[in-house]
Design a protein around this ligand. Structure first.
Ligand SMILES: Nc1ncnc2c1ncn2[C@@H]1O[C@H](COP(=O)(O)OP(=O)(O)O)[C@@H](O)[C@H]1O
Ligand SMILES: [Mg+2]
Length: 322
């Protein structure tokens, strides 16, 4: 595909381990494996959008160079979750002859392996053992607890961390420069706030904003991502906490019309603000507990507007009690 039409998450995906941002300990280990031309089976665990797939592809690139094709099998386990895949594709590839180059093993990458059924995972454990001299596996997952113990114990586990704001900023600046965008400092912070350490989300947010203008402002970022400014949510929560329910309700209405916010997003933003607000610990515990309850009600399908207003009422009562 022409580069111009690639989503930026693909266009700016690092090709080599040296270009991956953050995850320092993991990346350093991977570099050492490349140098040694040897590595254990590995399990990459962590939330979405933080470099698990990227690190694997970069490792494969650095390890095999021009012999990449034929030495790497990439499977997305959420498309092919069953035992047949393990018995079929994986086994066939593991058994096939290596395709040249100096690395004595082939690489099988099972992306999103937590989607594999337990049966498939059990079959995998055998396959890993039988072909251990000529293949290595990398499994990626959001939750390592969904990988059966015998598979986990055959892997070195690497935990990927949400990226820090400065790490997100670094990527945003890199892309902004290449794409000829000016990104306000406040807009950088806004994108980092919205993406919560998820680089994929940060990049998508930047690309979404860039469709509208090559001058990226804070306002544009919040607008296109349907999130309120943290400051505005904070004011609404504080207003309720101080006992001014009607005023806070009006703010909620304004925010909803201005940004078209979804209930679950508002609750999450309220939670983030309450977590940062100055208040006695006992109150905070009480409120977080309440927020959890209202979040659950929304999941169960209750009316969003009524629930968020009711939550504001709870916040008010909590603020008024001694
Ligand atoms: N640590 C990182 N350094 C640089 N880019 C990253 C990093 N993590 C994620 N990205 C970007 O976000 C996109 C999604 O990352 P990916 O590795 O696919 O996430 P996941 O952890 O869900 O596998 C990539 O295409 C890449 O552009
Ligand atoms: Mg991935």
């Amino acid at each position: 595909m022409d580069e111009e039409f690639l989503p930026w998450t693909e266009k700016y995906r690092p090709h080599s381990l040296t270009q991956v941002i953050g995850q320092d300990e993991t990346i350093n280990s991977l570099k050492a494996f490349v140098k040694a031309r040897n590595m254990p089976n590995m399990l990459f665990a962590g939330p979405p959008g933080i470099g698990k797939t990227t690190a694997t592809l970069a490792l494969a690139h650095d390890l095999y160079g021009k012999h990449l094709d034929g030495n790497v099998l990439e499977l997305n386990a959420s498309d092919e979750r069953g035992i047949d895949v393990v018995r079929g594709k994986i086994k066939d590839f593991a058994r096939s002859v290596s395709m040249g180059g100096e690395v004595p093993f082939k690489l099988i990458f099972l992306d999103e392996a937590d989607a594999l059924t337990p049966d498939a995972q059990n079959a995998l454990r055998r396959t890993m053992e039988v072909y251990s001299s000529i293949t290595r596996f990398i499994l990626s997952c959001n939750y390592s607890s969904k990988i059966i113990e015998p598979v986990q114990s055959r892997c070195a586990v690497f935990r990927f961390l949400p990226l820090t704001d400065p790490q997100v900023h670094k990527m945003l600046r890199h892309i902004a420069e290449k794409e000829g965008l000016t990104v306000e400092e406040k807009a950088e912070h806004a994108i980092a706030y919205i993406s919560e350490g998820d680089m994929r989300r940060a990049i998508n947010c930047l690309q979404g904003a860039a469709i509208h203008s090559n001058k990226i402002t804070e306002e544009l970022v919040y607008k296109i991502s349907s999130q309120a400014r943290p400051k505005e949510i904070r004011e609404m929560v504080e207003c309720a906490y101080k006992g001014n329910f009607l005023e806070s309700r009006k703010m909620l209405l304004d925010l909803s019309t201005k940004y078209g916010l979804a209930g679950s997003d508002i609750i999450l933003q309220i939670y983030r603000e309450v977590s940062n607000m100055e208040m006695p610990e006992r109150k905070k515990v009480e409120l977080v507990d309440k927020i959890g309850e209202y979040d659950f009600r929304l999941v169960e399908g209750a009316n969003e507007r009524i629930q968020i207003e009711a939550l504001l009422a709870q916040i008010m009562m909590s603020g008024m009690e001694k």
